[in-house]
Design a protein around this ligand. Structure first.
Ligand code: GDP
Ligand code: IMO
Ligand code: MG
Length: 407
């Protein structure tokens, strides 16, 4: 069984928790897009850990974890994660691999992300993601496999000089990162770099359970998101095939992770955003602060129009609903079932999404979440299913692995 797990909105839907939960029955988890802009939180038996690059299956000792060719890797960040895992006794040897085709985030990419965002104000994570993907598409990128080539250091030193001069000239800025330190980290990840295609194909052909872990969310997709307020990779289920090397016909199911309300970090349109006591309650109860940058997340009601869009774009076969516990005691809750611009009603996000008004369905909230879901919680789930046209298969009622109900 091959399963893709994606975010249905603007990221931070709880993908890490759901992947960790599902990985208990998996042979392999493959990350397929983004880089250390992602922050996937897992509460494992060893405690809380935020993973930025390593797949969230890593806490299941029998699970092989692969960083696929569609990911961009900052070596220092990856090494810090490897180190943190080793320190809590998670062994990676023989079960963690990095695709030789994955591109590397270089010191100049970090500098350019910072400098460009000062002008364009997308509110990026400043992790060098956009510039790294730009260089990849322009055919100027450096790939993980290059690290293993004999002339690598010489090539990088030359490139560093060229790019440093360019950045100094264009932006009057000196790149902060120390190249020698960067190169030494680079060597430390070398032992994990392999051609991942045969390893992945082998698992596919042996009918193993494979999970493809998406980063970010559908509305941050480079093609279908709220451009230009998006990330620079494909966050949909199609991106999972391209970023892993698994053919589309082999995908069996696509699980969309949806939070009981919606959040967004960074700039860009957010039709159901609210800025009042209720959104503050969502932020505080839901601990809605960026797992990567610590920025407060913008909060609002669950946007069912965007959910429907995510279902259509990725062929989502079932939903994993997270953070149901956070809305306990909210009195009344809203879910957006359509948009309006003037008299025109939309059941999908139109090009001019910043002009839309949400149309809400209002429901009573529940007092508490127990193992057995109350009538009101079940009605909320039913409303989500009706609006999205998709069944909810998993309900998450807390950050820990065991706070999970399958329906
Ligand atoms: P991801 O990027 O999609 O993996 O999500 P993040 O890890 O950035 O953010 C989700 C946050 O919600 C994390 O702090 C999780 O520990 C937490 N979380 C996940 N599921 C639940 C849930 O059902 N209830 C509560 N209260 N927290 C949850
Ligand atoms: P996970 O995987 C939430 C947002 C940034 C910014 C925009 C572009 O944890 O859900 P980038 O650094 O990618 O060029 O920034 O995308 N963003 C995320 N928001 N969760 C994420 O990942 C995100 N990754 C990027 O805040 O608005
Ligand atoms: Mg996150």
């Amino acid at each position: 069984m091959i399963t893709v797990v994606i975010g249905t909105h603007f990221g931070d839907e709880g993908k890490g928790k759901i992947v960790d939960y599902l990985a208990k029955d998996c042979h392999m988890v493959v990350r397929y897009n983004g880089g250390n802009n992602a922050g996937h939180t897992i509460i494992s038996p060893q405690g809380k850990l935020v993973l930025h690059l390593i797949p969230a299956g890593i806490f299941n000792p029998d699970c092989i974890c692969v960083i696929g060719p569609g990911v961009v890797i900052r070596p220092g960040s990856l090494y810090a994660e490897i180190d943190a895992l080793n320190k809590i006794g998670v062994d990676l040897k023989g079960r963690f691999f990095i695709s030789s085709r994955a591109h590397l985030v270089m010191p100049w990419h970090l500098a350019l992300d910072e400098l460009e965002d000062r002008k364009r104000k997308i509110g990026t994570t400043k992790r060098g993601i956009g510039p790294t993907y730009s260089d990849k598409i322009a055919r100027n990128g450096i790939r993980a496999g290059d690290v293993l080539l004999p002339d690598f250091k010489k090539k990088i030193k030359k490139l560093f000089e060229e790019r440093s001069k360019f950045i100094k000239r264009e932006y009057n800025f000196t790149i902060g990162e120390d190249l020698n330190e960067w190169l030494s980290t680079e060597e430390k990840i070398g032992e994990y770099i392999i051609d991942t295609e045969p390893v992945i194909w082998n698992a596919v052909e042996s009918q193993k359970n494979i999970l493809l872990e998406g980063a970010q969310g559908t509305l941050l997709d480079i093609d279908f998101g709220t451009y230009p307020f998006v990330t620079s990779s494909s966050t949909t289920a199609s991106g999972a095939c391209q970023g892993s090397g698994i053919p589309p016909m082999r995908i069996d199911r696509v699980i969309g992770v949806v939070k009981a309300y919606t959040t967004r970090v960074g700039e860009g349109p957010f039709p159901t955003e609210i800025k009042d006591k209720t959104s503050r309650m969502m932020r505080e109860k839901g601990e809605e602060y960026g797992a990567t940058t610590g920025r407060p997340r913008r909060c609002g009601w669950l946007d069912g129009v965007l959910l429907r869009y995510a279902v259509k774009l990725s062929g989502i076969t079932s939903l994993a609903l997270t953070k149901l516990d956070v809305l306990s005691g909210f009195g009344e809750i809203n879910i957006c079932e359509a948009y309006r611009i003037g008299d025109k009603r939309y059941d999908y996000p139109p090009f001019n999404i910043k002009d839309v008004q949400p149309v809400y369905k209002t429901l009573p909230a529940w007092d508490d979440i127990e193992d057995k879901l109350s009538r009101n919680a079940l009605d909320f789930i039913k409303a989500i299913e009706d609006i999205s046209g998709t069944k909810v298969g998993i309900v998450s009622t807390g950050p820990k692995r065991d706070a999970t109900i399958t329906l």
